[in-house]
Ligand binder design. Structure first.
Ligand code: GLN
Length: 310
């Protein structure tokens, strides 16, 4: 196998030539202006080596990838009580779907669809003011990545607030079942701000290291979460991380992965690497078109699928 640096450089060059790049999300106005030709990839290996290609140092809106970090925080603070208010099944529906909430008593199928992540935001809010909860998420992500430069993009957060009609509907609907415990404006304030986190591929791959390393941040040796919970988060990323495209992503890539409508994907090769890709064009399911293709090629060339015999 050629070295990882070569593989990544080849993949970035191939993606620059790709004819079908998908469509940039435009339902959040602040995302519609992002250049669709951007492409970045960063791979942090278990020994800490970091390989990058393309626009891997440019910050983009991580959007739903933040749901991995908020779930980790919620599990750390209230433990398995999380599962009393959110399920662990793939939804088979779009990220912003409301349909299952009516028949399932306001309990979202999993923490990675919008409804589930809004419930998780409500848990993190706890007894805090929204500003404190947002600060807690930001500090957590900065400490995972070991980088203070990570920030919340205020323009993206404001745009989400102004146009997030479906998320407002989801939150109100769940509140009617008692599964949102705060005023919806407060809970959604936390959710919109976490989605507006701006990070580069390098920062994101660094932040994901604990998921490749059994819950331990390999840079500090500190436990972020228990090994069992790290395994379970990876399982949820594999089964639910790409919404109604999760089966297709597992079929093609075979790694736990979490996408966001900003065009990023965080993928974990347990024991081997934490990988972040970014290409803003999305497929029909709202997942990065070239991001998935780049990961498919990376896994093909490295043999990193979790379904590969070791
Ligand atoms: N902030 C986006 C929303 O709530 C996140 C969706 C996503 O990245 N899939 O609609």
């Amino acid at each position: 196998m050629p070295g990882l640096a070569t593989i990544i450089a080849e993949i970035a060059a191939e993606m620059a030539e790709a004819p079908h790049r998908g469509m940039v999300a435009d339902y959040i106005p602040a995302l519609a202006t992002v250049d669709p030709r951007k492409f970045g990839i960063a791979v942090v290996e278990a020994d800490g080596t970091c390989h990058m290609a393309g626009d891997a140092d440019e910050a983009f809106s991580i959007q739903s990838i933040s749901k991995v970090f908020s779930l980790t925080l919620a599990l750390g603070s209230i433990g398995d009580k999380v599962w009393e208010r959110v399920g662990r099944e793939p939804s088979g529906t779009a990220f912003n779907s409301i349909v299952q909430l009516e028949t399932e008593a306001g309990i979202p199928r999993n923490p990675f669809i919008n409804a589930g992540a809004i419930v998780i935001a409500d848990m993190i809010l706890g007894n805090h003011a929204p500003r404190e909860a947002i600060g807690e998420i930001l500090r957590f992500v900065r400490s995972l990545a070991g980088e203070d430069g990570i920030f919340v993009d205020g323009a993206v957060a404001a745009a989400e607030q102004e146009t997030g009609f479906r998320n407002i509907a989801l939150a109100n609907y769940m509140r009617a079942f008692g599964n949102i415990r705060h005023q919806v404006e407060l809970t959604l304030g936390v959710y919109f701000n976490q989605c507006a986190l701006a990070m580069s591929c390098r920062q994101l791959a660094l932040a994901g290291r604990y998921l490749m390393a059994g819950g331990i941040n390999p840079a500090t040796g500190h436990s972020v979460i228990s090994p069992r919970r790290a395994r379970r988060i990876n399982a949820l990323m594999m089964t639910c991380g790409h919404y109604d495209g999760s089966g297709e992503f597992a079929f093609r890539v075979g790694l736990p992965g979490k996408s966001g409508v900003g065009g990023g994907i965080l993928a974990i090769a347990p024991g081997r690497a934490s990988i972040a890709v970014w290409s803003p064009g999305l497929n029909a399911r709202g997942n990065s078109q070239l991001g998935a293709l780049a990961l498919e090629r990376l896994v093909h060339r490295t043999g990193w699928s979790v379904f590969e015999p070791v």
